[in-house]
Design a protein around this ligand. Structure first.
Ligand code: 26Q
Length: 824
């Protein structure tokens, strides 16, 4: 008999080296002679990939045979960042590999940084999807992610003369983490028309005919869990010309160019990630992306379900599909179409299955971010889906009419179709009507959607359809990987790394708040992280910053509602104050480094102006001899996940200062706190729950409340209003040309002074500056400061994405974990 083969990967540095070198010499066909850092990265990645693949295959087999409910997370964005470091830590072999690498003459840090970020996302929404995959895998949930394999991820940002310049992010040159499945393809139809036929029983059936076909090809990415064999799958679809469509006639008759052009047109669908964050732009290509990806994913899910030979009514007990915002809403009419047109179910039966299968997560209440598509565009691209949406709407409106016969206006308010010119499809309404649960991403936000955009729907469906799942972050990447020394320090006090699987265990750290030794080490770690960031700033910006200064960080997408303008106006205010001081007074100041980072959507002119102003202020302040260390202003180029891993552990204060009621949750606020930084923030999004967990004494809150925003906006437009005098002084400095040509910034200033100050910068400015002064005072009292930091870390347990995923599993998906099979 054959002995059972149990794959065992390397366990010693020598074994690792052997594997790494084998891959360099054979898989990559390179000689060890000219083995540079990149080749070594590739060898290392392939050595770890081998281990993942075995677990991955086993997991998928296990999931197939287990025959239990699975979760599908549909997201147009997965902002994964780098994979190698994460894989090494999950397997628990990073130290072994580091030793092996050093024997080969390399430093782990240099090797890890060779990897290109997988930047298939804009910001919070995409990174949330990545954290969720990590938690789903680590908690052994049978779950798949479905997304698009963009050839170009989010653009790379360069700063040239203070302006943002976008550079394409071609990231697929060498990607060891994906597996092309050329045998798993789906033909996707576009355009064409709908014909009606009678079947043998005389019932009419609709058939979508004509148009063009594009092929979807699956690319699979393994998603390893932390210290479990469980390795889930992320399936990304790439577009390709369908074989029948590639015109060989043309090809042979010398029209080579136009036949290649057809091919390229098909590949355009998955070519590029739309770089808008919280702003919807109704472009046809975006709608094509959405349908392409939804249709391919659903075909795949349905195919898998059909293999179980179960009856259709079991579909919602076997399949849970979560919609990450409205971007995958087309999955709803698509499943209805499959069930009715292709599988022959009657409408009611099909709709009951559809509406039990989907859950919808809302991430915004900003009106400019709510997705709408024009009916004529839809008619052209997806004629059958438009009919289905009209039928869904009709049934829904009948129901509303019966339930609320007296409220005639209700019908037009809740209709999926907006009666504008052209008519528009409101995707959020379709997502809500087609799902069994709708959730917001923080308590305030989940309350707000019930009283604003979905108010009428609470009446129609009742409040129980709506729920909250406060966002979370994975402690594996955002503590263990980004801040290994802090992770080790915590482990040394808590007796191991269990807290990385159950973050609530952090509360035990409160026992060490007054422990002298612990406090000292905690401070040393923060300092070392700041030294590392200072080194990066020196290399990237050429500016020397003092690591003992207070590091004040705001890194996130640039958006008016996030109010980087409030921050930079505050910086100018500080600069003016410093200029007015005597040298003796300046010496008493807490030195500060204001660090900004983030991308502006390429067409978002105001956001680009903010970037320009920050850089202009930096140029003046950083070269002003009067100021010295008292203030430095840094804009870090190309903020992304791997930069966040350096920046997050190095902050003393981070800024989460959106106009109250505009930021759905925010997740970087959680990352900074978990890494022992304090935050200055408004009463918005998850800041409110962070305050509740860590205590009001440990956070610097300021500004107006969400409930007052409407009145404040009104009084700007119709009341009398005098601008705060210190903000006026800031505007005067800008107008005087202190930061270069003032005309560059006039729109930014006028938006506040003349055009209603929609984001209430002037209303919050005084309270913001006052709170910044409080921070300076608090920092002077170092003992108290570190108490706040340590207490904050100890109380962050709630914000693990593991907690979040367990809540989704219980309240929305009704799925159980599936632990990996023990080897016999
Ligand atoms: C829509 C249509 C067309 C083109 C682009 C888009 C689009 C793309 C990305 C619309 C929105 C987004 C991204 C939104 C986003 O990141 N929202 C953030 O989600 C986080 C996770 O829940 C929250 O923490 C943030 O508060 C929220 O802003």
């Amino acid at each position: 008999a054959w002995k059972k083969f149990t794959p065992k990967g390397f366990t010693t540095p020598e074994e690792f080296e052997k594997e790494c070198v084998r891959h360099i010499e054979t898989t990559l066909a390179r000689s060890l002679y000219n083995c540079d850092e990149f080749a070594t990265y590739a060898g290392t990645a392939l050595a770890f990939r081998d281990r993942l693949v075995l677990d991955w295959n086993k997991t998928q087999q296990n999931q197939t045979f287990a025959d239990q409910k699975r979760v599908y997370y549909l997201s147009l964005e997965f902002l994964m960042g780098r994979a190698l470091d994460n894989a090494m830590l999950n397997v628990g072999m990073k130290d072994v590999a580091a030793k092996g690498l050093s024997e080969l003459g390399f430093r782990m840090e240099d090797i890890v940084s060779q990897e290109h970020d997988a930047a298939l996302g804009n910001g919070g929404l995409g990174r949330l999807a990545a954290c969720f995959l990590d938690s789903l895998a680590s908690l052994n949930y049978p779950a798949w992610g479905y997304g698009l394999r963009y050839r170009y991820g989010i653009f790379k940002q360069e700063i040239v003369d203070g302006y943002q310049v976008e550079v394409p992010d071609y990231w697929l040159d060498f990607n060891p983490w994906e597996f092309a499945r050329h045998d798993i393809t789906v033909d996707i139809q576009f355009y064409g028309h709908v014909s009606k036929y009678q079947d043998d029983n005389g019932t009419s059936i609709s058939v979508w005919e004509g148009g063009e076909i594009v092929q979807a090809v699956a690319y699979d990415v393994p998603v390893p869990g932390y210290q479990t064999e469980n390795t889930n799958n992320l399936r990304l679809w790439a577009s390709k010309a369908a074989s029948g469509e590639f015109d060989f006639q043309k090809f042979n008759s010398g029209e080579y160019e136009s036949s290649v052009a057809d091919q390229q047109r098909a590949e355009t669908i998955s070519a590029v990630l739309y770089p808008n964050d919280n702003l919807e732009r109704g472009k046809e290509l975006r709608l094509k992306q959405q349908y392409f990806w939804c249709a391919a994913s659903l075909y795949d899910i349905v195919r898998r379900f059909k293999k179980t030979k179960r009856s259709w009514k079991d579909f919602p007990t076997q399949v849970a599909i979560q919609l990450n915002d409205t971007h995958p809403t087309l999955a709803i009419p698509e499943l209805q179409r499959i069930l009715v047109d292709q599988e022959g179910l009657d409408w009611e039966e099909a709709w009951s299955i559809v509406s039990k299968t989907f859950g919808y997560t809302n991430h915004t209440v900003l009106p400019e971010a709510l997705e709408k598509w024009s009916v004529p565009l839809f008619q052209h691209l997806l004629p059958r889906h438009l009919q289905i949406i009209y039928d869904i709407n009709l049934n829904f409106l009948h129901y509303v009419e019966r339930t609320f016969p007296k409220d005639r206006d209700m019908l037009s308010r809740v209709s999926i179709i907006e009666e504008s010119n052209p008519k528009m499809i409101r995707m959020a309404f379709l997502a809500l009507i087609g799902s069994h649960k709708v959730n917001g991403v923080a308590e305030l936000h989940s309350d707000l959607i019930k009283t604003t955009i979905f108010k009428d729907f609470v009446k129609v469906f009742g409040p129980d359809k709506f729920t909250n799942v406060t966002n979370g972050i994975t402690p594996r990447r955002w503590l263990h990987q980004a801040n290994p020394r802090l992770s080790e320090l915590i482990a040394s006090k808590l007796g191991g790394h269990e807290f990385l699987k159950d973050l609530t265990l952090l509360h035990k750290l409160e026992n060490y708040v007054d422990d002298k030794e612990f406090r000292k080490e905690f401070q040393e770690i923060k300092y070392a992280n700041k030294v590392r960031l200072a080194k990066h700033i020196k290399e990237a910006n050429g500016v020397s910053v003092n690591p003992s200064a207070l590091f004040d960080v705001q890194v996130k997408r640039i958006h008016e509602y996030k109010r980087q303008q409030l921050n930079i106006f505050g910086v100018i205010h500080r600069y003016l104050a410093i200029k007015a001081m005597s040298p003796e007074e300046r010496k008493k100041l807490v030195p500060r480094v204001s660090i900004f980072g983030g991308k502006a959507a390429p067409g978002y002119w105001m956001a680009k102006t903010v970037i320009h102003l920050i850089n202009q202020v930096g140029k003046v302040v950083n070269n002003d001899k009067d100021v010295g260390d008292a203030l430095k202003v840094i804009f870090l180029e190309d903020y992304n996940v791997s930069k966040a891993e350096i920046i997050t552990p190095a902050s003393d204060i981070s800024e989460h200062i959106s106009t109250a009621g505009t930021e759905a949750s925010g997740t970087s606020n959680m990352k900074f706190c978990l890494n022992g930084g304090l935050i200055i923030g408004t009463c918005d999004g998850a800041n409110i729950e962070i305050t509740r967990e860590i205590g009001e004494n440990n956070i610097f809150l300021f500004g107006n409340l969400a409930e007052d925003v409407e009145d404040l906006r009104h009084s700007h437009l119709y009341g009398t209003y005098t601008l705060d005098s210190s903000l006026q002084a800031v505007f005067d400095a800008i107008s005087d040309g202190m930061f270069g040509d003032a005309s560059h910034f006039s729109a930014l200033v006028n938006g506040i002074v003349e055009h209603g100050d929609y984001y209430l910068v002037s209303d919050d400015f005084a309270s913001y500056c006052k709170t910044q002064d409080l921070i300076d005072e608090a920092y002077k009292n170092q003992e108290e400061w570190w108490t706040k930091c340590i207490t904050t870390v100890a109380r962050m347990g709630f914000f693990s994405s593991d907690r979040c995923i367990d809540e989704y599993a219980e309240m929305i998906w009704n799925v159980e974990p599936l632990p990996p099979k023990q080897e016999q």
